[in-house]
Design a protein around this ligand. Structure first.
Ligand SMILES: [Zn+2]
Length: 541
């Protein structure tokens, strides 16, 4: 009989910073697992952004299989940009889906990329990607939410850190603390009430704070008394969160515990506007008409209000047998910011570049084959040569073809070129509007994602005092299945991290289900809500 498994996610928790804080005598719970359990860095996906990373975590599969390449998705055969979650759940089996199918009980709370909630054998509260957290649509079974709200108060989905540049740091810390308290109350309540084999809860507060308060977590110069005061408050929050983790572990002393992050974090020096780079190199032209129109606020409002009409337009187009996306594309200002008659390459996802390819795009101008290959070689070379004018240093270390980074049935949706390795102090931004400069110094944003996240584990099935070697985010799903005594589907890309486990039982394999139809598509209103949230989280303009 395998022990139960509890996975606690800390969005953006850094292996390096956690070790540093433990060495400073903080984070006693994490410190204890670091010392007595199995632990190590955990490498994220390319790009290391939350939608891509969490989708890969929960499926054990690379984006070539689940199709989540960033915050937005270029709809096939069109320039329409959809939010990452607009087609609903990822079209591959999730960890909890696999367990539910085997009759195991699961409780899954606040994991990004789980909207709409999956009808699991147990309970699910969807996380980041949920358009609206006031109703019950993000909970399975939906009626459960009424009971939870009555007992525990309103659920708080997220904190939009970008808004707190105006509202101030104390207000941000306050909102963040309230969100975590509520999350812990919901989590502990469900943990005690439900029968479960897998309990999973993700905290996103770490990511939200680190985006704007990184300079207090890892200061590079001496702080003033006031700054030191803020640093103390931020550190207190981390100690509080560490205590919350201890509460969960105490409440289920028999379980195996895994604490993980979807990516790490580090300082942020500047945003790199990739589309401005492409413009300056002569590959991209902005659509001047669209730009002029958007300068008038009232007109922008009307265009924005079309967001609602997009839905009906898309439905009508579909009924008439038209390419639904092409209709949507005409009405979406985001899809018309570039002049498609002259643009040869453009960026729609973090670190990803698409060619305006003839035959694939309906207004494509780049000939497939030799012309496309030459263009990609040229862009790669120029990007790898891009230097920060302030320091003269190169910042992009490796640009790869999409097919070199990804594999699987959704490879056709992948960007043609990916910035696969870069100086993580620079955030590669897919600016959808004209900017004067490629490099934009960031003031409020002081932290940026890094590939090196963490995994820490302890419990009856976990190898004690073990350093995990090279583990990847996609390895956790198969590792969790094996730890729960289940076979690993053969279409999973990750491996079982056997050095982390005590069991000597060999890994059982089973035929994987491949692509699955989740049958869910978001309404345009929901898509607009998701875009608003992405703005609040500083991921899209
Ligand atoms: Zn983030």
């Amino acid at each position: 009989m395998s022990a139960r498994l509890m996975i606690l996610g800390l969005d953006g928790a850094s292996w390096r910073l956690t070790q540093k804080m433990v060495a400073d005598g903080r984070l006693p719970t994490l410190g204890r697992i670091l010392k007595d359990g199995a632990a190590g860095p955990l490498y994220s996906t390319i790009p290391d952004v939350s939608p891509t990373a969490w989708a890969s975590f929960m499926s054990g599969k690379n984006p070539g299989q689940h199709g989540v390449y960033g915050f937005g998705m270029k709809a096939p055969g069109s320039y329409f940009l959809e939010p990452f979650s607009s087609r609903g759940r990822i079209p591959v089996q999730s960890l909890w889906g696999a367990l539910s199918a085997k009759g195991k009980r699961v409780a899954v709370i606040n994991v990004p990329m789980t909207y709409p909630p999956e009808p699991v054998n147990g309970i699910m509260i969807s996380g980041f990607g949920t358009p609206d957290d006031t109703g019950n649509r993000f909970v399975y079974p939906a009626e459960k939410m009424d009971e939870l709200r009555a007992k525990l108060g309103p659920y708080i989905l997220d904190v939009h850190w970008n808004q707190y540049e105006k509202l101030g740091i104390p207000a941000l810390l306050d909102a963040n603390r309230k969100m975590t308290e509520r999350r812990a109350e919901y989590g502990l309540h469900i943990l005690g009430q439900e029968a479960w084999d897998l309990f999973m809860l993700a905290f996103v507060s770490t990511d939200r704070l680190q985006h704007c308060l990184w300079q207090y977590l890892e200061p590079t110069k001496s702080l003033t008394a006031e700054q030191q005061g803020i640093r103390n408050q931020v550190l207190e929050y981390y100690d509080y969160l560490d205590g919350v983790l201890a509460d969960f572990m105490t409440a289920s002393p028999d379980a195996n515990v895994m604490i993980m992050s979807d990516h790490g974090f580090g300082p942020c020096t500047a945003a790199v506007n990739v589309n401005t780079f492409l413009e300056q190199q002569g590959y991209l032209t902005w659509n001047k008409t669209n730009e002029r129109l958007l300068r008038f606020k009232w007109l922008a409002k009307i265009i924005k209000s079309l967001g609602i009409n997009r839905q009906s337009f898309g439905r009508i187009a579909k009924k008439l047998g038209m390419n639904e996306y092409r209709g949507l594309e005409k009405l979406s200002h985001r899809s018309n910011n570039m002049d498609w008659g002259t643009t040869r390459a453009f960026s729609y996802t973090p670190s990803g570049i698409y060619l305006n390819l003839k035959g694939r795009e309906h207004r494509g101008i780049v000939e497939p084959g030799a012309e496309a290959e030459k263009l990609m070689d040229e862009i790669k070379e120029r990007l790898e040569d891009l230097k920060d004018p302030a320091t003269g240093q190169r910042i992009i270390h490796r640009v790869a073809r999409g097919h070199e980074v990804y594999s699987g049935p959704r490879l056709d949706m992948a960007p043609d070129l990916m910035i696969a390795e870069s100086d993580t102090r620079y955030m590669c931004n897919f600016n959808l509007y004209r900017t004067k400069e490629i490099f934009e110094r960031t003031s409020w944003r002081s932290g940026n994602h890094e590939p090196e996240g963490l995994v820490l584990a302890c419990g009856p099935g976990i190898a004690p005092r073990t350093r995990v070697g090279r583990a990847e985010l996609i390895d956790l799903c198969p590792t969790a299945l094996h730890l729960l005594g289940e076979p690993v589907p053969d279409d999973i890309d990750g491996r079982v991290i056997s050095e982390m486990l005590l069991t000597t039982e060999s890994v059982k394999s089973v035929a994987g289900p491949g692509q699955i139809d989740t049958g869910s598509v978001m309404s345009a209103e929901e898509q607009a809500q998701v875009f608003e949230r992405l703005k609040g989280l500083g991921y899209i303009e």
